[in-house]
Design a protein around this ligand. Structure first.
Ligand SMILES: Cc1cc2nc3c(=O)[nH]c(=O)nc-3n(C[C@H](O)[C@H](O)[C@H](O)COP(=O)(O)OP(=O)(O)OC[C@H]3O[C@@H](n4cnc5c(N)ncnc54)[C@H](O)[C@@H]3O)c2cc1C
Length: 411
């Protein structure tokens, strides 16, 4: 039986560990926190996942919360004008629903399942020295430790990382008591509110530790008015600031948020990071090789809500590559091949996400504006969150955007 060590119990590490476990592999999972510590800790993400990524979980029978989590059936875009009115406002319908299950719920639950099924769970914050030692007794070591310190083992790929500094300051608040959008009270949607030059507010439903809730998530251009959460330690103060900024920049969202309260003391998060693509193979001091997984190797800004989706897709790609390898060694060539398989989808996510961080060019503004009159354009944009490779066909080049819009207008 092949022995595999996975460091990091997030979306990718756990999905891979549980998938390999079902396939009869001997898996050791190393986590720097226990399930209880994760469950009672701070929120980590907004973790909205679209149909393709959710399907990978369903394929492994890991969709434990699917019936309880709100079904997100649309994705809306609103753009604020200089007077804080809405100059653009539409919602596209998703072909398959999206869902957000608080990672505190999912990772704690999956970790317990892994242990109950006989998996070896080691609670330890691994250092490079530990990996050096362990790599000798495993056929394969996978580093799925997110954006933590272990990323330093994987060199930055400058050719795929156009930004060297964070492009947004992030501030998340999980709340109860948010009202529906009055224009679409009948279905749940992710709401992306763009405030040009200032940042974005995302609003979405989730399933958290205390049941259904909503998330208010500001992405602020660094140094601008939304970049105000650094040093705010008190969750109540974090929420008041979130609401103040909503009242000022997105009054239509504030109007339904006047009665909200935080879900729990761990329901806020603030931070920032530079989007970075890394070399997928890490070399240990003793000469052993490790393969990086998901955020370790491709960390995009959450502006497009793709990281958990990508983590699921990376875990699925690596699982298939491991199984196909049979009894042959997991050598450097195999590692590169496994990453290339993941990069086939990840490259589209990175390209689109980095484009969305920059000020929108005129043809993108035209597309977003036209989607208000052309429902198929709104639907197509929304479904791009499920499969960002489709943006190649109508988003990046002005000619393709005009041709696409002309084809819709002609119908
Ligand atoms: C504010 C915010 C909002 C987001 N919103 C979305 C969204 O809506 N949709 C979406 O798809 N993505 C979103 N993301 C991104 C998404 O959360 C991540 O991309 C995803 O969780 C990455 O999964 P992962 O498995 O690579 O790493 P993680 O989920 O970060 O898991 C890594 C795990 O490894 C553990 N670990 C770290 N170091 C060690 C160590 N040395 N030893 C042992 N364990 C270790 C960590 O504690 C953690 O449990 C968001 C991110 C942020 C910050």
């Amino acid at each position: 039986m092949r022995k595999i060590l996975i460091v990091g119990a997030g979306q990718s590490g756990l999905q891979l560990a549980l998938g390999l476990q079902s396939g009869g592999y001997e898996v050791t999972l190393m986590s720097n926190r226990t399930a209880d510590e994760i469950r009672s800790g701070r929120v980590m993400s907004t973790q909205c996942m679209f149909d393709t990524a959710l399907q990978h979980e369903r394929d492994l029978g890991l969709n434990f919360w699917e019936s309880q989590a709100p079904r997100i059936e649309g994705l809306g875009v609103s753009v604020a004008g200089p007077d804080s009115s809405r100059v653009i406002d539409w919602v596209g319908r998703l072909d398959g629903y999206a869902q957000s299950v608080d990672q505190r719920v999912k990772m704690a639950g999956w970790m317990e399942t892994f242990a109950q099924r006989g998996g070896q769970l080691v609670i330890h914050g691994a250092a490079v020295g530990d990996l050096d030692y362990f790599s000798r007794s495993y056929d394969l070591v996978l580093v799925a430790a997110g954006k933590g310190e272990l990323v330093s083992m994987f060199g930055r790929d400058a050719s795929r990382s156009p930004y060297s500094e964070p492009q947004r300051a992030l501030a998340v608040a999980y709340v109860h008591g948010l009202g529906p959008r009055p224009e679409h009270p009948d279905f749940d949607a992710v709401r992306c509110n763009i405030v040009p030059g200032v940042g974005e507010l995302f609003v979405m439903p989730t399933l958290t530790t205390g049941g259904r809730a909503d998330i208010l998530f500001w992405e602020g251009v660094p140094g601008g008015p939304l970049d105000a959460f650094q040093g705010v330690k008190d969750p109540a103060e974090h929420l008041s600031l979130t609401l103040e900024l909503m009242e000022r920049f997105t009054p239509w969202e504030y109007a339904r948020a006047t009665k909200v309260e935080l879900t729990d003391a761990g329901g806020t998060l603030a931070g920032r990071y530079a989007p970075t693509v890394r070399n997928p193979i890490g070399r240990l001091p003793g000469g052993g090789l490790v393969l990086g997984v998901a955020d370790v190797v491709v960390a995009n800004d959450p502006i497009t809500g793709q990281g958990s989706n990508s983590a699921s897709k990376c875990a699925a790609a690596y699982l298939a590559a491991i199984v196909e390898r049979g009894e042959q060694p997991f050598d450097e060539e195999w590692m590169r091949g496994a990453f290339d398989r993941y990069w086939k989808t990840a490259q589209h996510v990175t390209k689109w996400t980095n484009a969305m961080l920059a000020p929108p060019p005129e043809h993108v503004l035209n597309l977003l504006g036209a989607a208000g009159q052309l429902q198929p354009a709104a639907d197509r944009f929304a479904n791009g969150f499920n499969d960002p490779s489709d943006f190649e066909n109508f988003f990046y080049e002005p000619e393709k955007t005009s041709a696409y819009l002309a084809s819709l207008s002609a119908n």
